[in-house]
Design a protein around this ligand. Structure first.
Ligand SMILES: Cc1cc2nc3c(=O)[nH]c(=O)nc-3n(C[C@H](O)[C@H](O)[C@H](O)COP(=O)(O)OP(=O)(O)OC[C@H]3O[C@@H](n4cnc5c(N)ncnc54)[C@H](O)[C@@H]3O)c2cc1C
Length: 422
């Protein structure tokens, strides 16, 4: 039997594509190789599912550094407010947290996944789990069939590829969609890890001196080899046994990957500012006034509240300052050196964890070969792409899931219109 629309992949993009295609009148078959749908969605946002982000469209796009501008068109079809209305319309109350992040009020990703699955089922979408697609068959530059791993051929005139990227492969995202796109004539831009922890060979990292120390509301900057700022992000971070992690680190990671490649250098410099809202001079004056108020107290006790204690102890050790001495006996140039390490803490970084360990895959099917209003391929008739398989990526914070829902909805709607108006 010939299917109207086949959706390959049951992540957020494929689930939304199936829903939109069915709502627009198509008979839909959703295929996924896993035994469950929405596995990555279920672990996203720390298991709470960061369904979308309530920012203005311009800001939303600014938080999608990987080809965000492409999203203007899909957002005109289905955007973050539509996602919010959609879930609230189905009885899922959402709440807004810091930086516009939207979560289900009950903090359960499974509620979001279950709701999508119920919708898919109630719209009559046929679901085949534990079913791996091997390839897509084309004829005369048009989609003809989907071929399964067991050799079965399913005829169709519309296929939506929603297979995701290559990150966290145990969720099913193993990069299967890229060769099918290439087969149709698409370009796959370089794949790289993004939203990923950063590695460093610094001695203090290897010796695990700061492992487990987290810093809040800092500013993290990536520099090019000439000392020019490439990107600064604010937020929280943590030192690990291999380097650094945490939200600000993840947001900086793609710039590290790109800079190491662009400048063919083994390491690049990053800098942490623990006091981004304060100038070095004002921090120095603050320390000086603490010292003046507590001349007989040890430096360690005088500056106790300034920053995380383990961090400060590391600073004293690095600067060979005896922090047990009376604070009044510490020369001003040493106090200024403490300020410098707090405002410009340097760390040479040499890479990131692997693409498999990244939250998101950078690169993918080139957006130049996709119609943004429909997500239709410019290379093969009846072929659509949505979600992370595309060369579009955002910061964590709901942006990738928003891209997945928006491009998924757009692809599903267009595919249904394509097959029904032929
Ligand atoms: C731990 C973690 C936390 C995250 N947190 C956030 C967050 O807070 N905010 C945010 O915006 N993003 C977050 N992300 C990223 C976000 O989850 C992904 O961008 C999103 O899930 C991509 O959706 P997708 O539908 O494109 O692909 P996926 O969710 O990867 O789904 C792809 C599906 O395709 C199926 N498939 C693949 N190949 C085949 C095949 N050959 N045959 C049949 N089926 C196949 C897979 O089994 C899978 O179900 C997080 C990711 C991870 C790993």
């Amino acid at each position: 039997m010939k299917q109207d629309v086949i959706v390959i992949g049951g992540g957020p993009s494929g689930l939304m594509a199936s829903i939109a295609a069915a709502k627009h009148g198509a008979q839909v078959l959703l295929i996924d190789k896993g035994n469950k749908l929405g596995r990555k969605l279920a672990i996203s946002g720390g298991g709470r599912c960061n369904v979308t982000n309530r920012m203005e469209i311009q800001d939303l796009i600014a938080h999608i550094p990987g080809n965000g501008r492409f999203m203007h068109s899909p957002f005109s079809v289905f955007n973050n407010e539509d996602i919010i209305d959609y879930f609230e319309g189905l009885g899922i109350a959402l709440k807004e947290e810091d930086r516009g992040r939207m979560f289900p009020v009950n903090n359960k990703a499974t509620t979001v996944v279950e709701t999508l699955l119920n919708q898919v089922r109630s719209l009559g979408v046929q679901i085949r789990t534990n079913t791996t697609v091997r390839t897509i068959e084309y004829e005369n530059e048009a989609v003809k069939a989907v071929k399964l791993d067991n050799g079965e051929l399913i005829q169709t005139s519309a296929v939506i590829v929603a297979t995701g990227g290559k990150s966290v492969p145990h969720t099913g995202s193993t990069g299967d969609g890229y060769p099918w796109a290439e087969k149709a004539g698409h370009t796959i831009t370089d794949l790289y890890p993004t939203e990923v922890p950063i590695t460093s060979n610094e001695r203090f990292i290897k010796e695990k001196k700061l492992q487990g120390v987290s810093l809040r509301d800092i500013e993290l900057t990536v520099y090019n080899p000439k000392g020019k700022k490439i990107k600064t992000h604010d937020g929280d971070m943590i030192f690990t046994h291999f380097g650094i992690s945490g939200p600000a680190t993840l947001r900086c990671s793609q710039y590290v990957v790109k800079a190491l490649k662009k400048f063919s250098t083994p390491t690049i410099k990053m800098e942490i500012d623990l006091f981004p809202k304060q100038s070095s001079e004002s921090l120095f004056q603050e320390i000086l006034s603490e010292v003046k108020d507590n001349p007989k107290k040890s430096l360690k006790n005088t500056l106790k509240g300034l920053a995380v204690e383990r961090f400060l102890l590391f600073v004293y050790e690095s600067l060979s300052i005896d922090s047990q001495l009376d604070s009044q006996s510490i020369p001003h140039d040493q106090l200024r050196a403490i300020v410098k390490m707090c405002k410009q803490f340097e760390i040479e970084v040499n890479g990131t964890l692997s693409i498999e360990k990244a939250f998101v895959t950078g690169g993918g099917v080139s957006i130049k070969e996709i119609e943004p209003k429909t997500m239709h391929s410019k290379k093969a008739e009846g072929l659509y792409f949505c979600g992370e398989v595309l060369d579009i990526h955002g910061y964590t914070g709901g942006y990738n899931i928003t891209v997945a829902f928006s491009t998924g909805y757009t692809a599903g709607k267009s595919a249904a219109e394509h097959v029904l108006h032929r």
